[in-house]
Design a protein around this ligand. Sequence first.
Ligand SMILES: Cc1ncc(COP(=O)(O)O)c(C=O)c1O
Length: 380
Amino acid sequence: MSVARLRVAPVLPVYARQDLTFVRGEGTTLYDTDGHAYLDFLAGIAVVGLGHCHPAPLAAAQAQLDRLWHVSNLYWTEPMVELARRLSARAGGARAFFCNSGSESVEAGLKYARKATGKPGIVALNGSFHGRTIGALSVTGQPAKRAAFEPLLPHVQFANPNDVASLEAAISADTGCVLLEPVQGEGGVHVLEASFVAAARRLADKTGAVLLFDEVQTGVGRTGSFFAHERLDVRADGVMLAKGLANGLPIGCLLVYDDAPEGFAAGDHASTFGGNPVTCAAATAVCDELTDEFLATVTANGLVLAAGLAELDGIRAVRGAGLMLGAELDCPPAQVVLACAERGLLVGTAGTDVLRLTPPLIVTAAEIEQALAVLEEVLT
Ligand SMILES: Cc1ncc(COP(=O)(O)O)c(C=O)c1O
């Protein structure tokens, strides 16, 4: 099919796509239909953590494709059990529910909270993003994304990030779930303070709510630790993962800690494709790549990128953790994204005035320098 045909493809117009069609990826590089190379500092929006076509998840998925694709959750498969064991070990004891996306993992979390507490109230944060399904949208604190779909779920309150008084005001005896992103991604890359998250834990305990961390974007090494909440020293009752877990194959996961309130029983929740053997085999390989040494390089390279960004003209502030960074700009970020793409660098936006950088976690110091040089040219 010609490229021109692809660009007028019969798809519903929910995305503002750039006029680019990619055909191949390798490591931190993507190639378009004309053979042009692009340094990918977005990684499919914080998904392709090990880089495009990384040999470990590739070999694991290919081997599993040759063996078994799908049997449903009426039966066990070895890759699903292996992945659940890996994640439980990382979490210090938790049980997994597997699904296919971040939004689905949030839906699972909301249902778990309702079942575990029997309470309908949910407290989330202004500026948060938890997905586009009706439940996940209902707890997304961005009025512009919600407006066309109101009325959404009732009993949802929004507090301000890092504002304990506002959280106290939002939480009531009705609250069964407090839902937080350790670093807000889509909302503009805002880092939650440890003291705020500790207050959320205290308030949730006081009212009998469960505390859930949405680590769909921050999890799986993105911020320099397997879970971003490791830096917070607060234990939640459950954690959602998705994006980076299978390095680009669709997967989502709700982890419920072993010491959290009991919730789900057989028949309470399900997903036909959840725990698919191919995606679970790839995800297990991803987990095995994320050694302490690997994660230390994510932290170190994140600091180098953040420091380099902070020195550029036109950047007012740099926020984030590890390789999940946001640069607040003086000018509209969409223009910068297009100008970077014309020069072979892919970056994204978050919130209204933030340039988002989430390169593959394997990015090198030389590639960081290359990206900074392009940004310097575009911003001056
Ligand atoms: C924190 C967070 N939660 C949930 C989602 C929704 O994930 P998905 O698009 O896979 O449904 C996203 C997606 O950006 C996210 O960043």
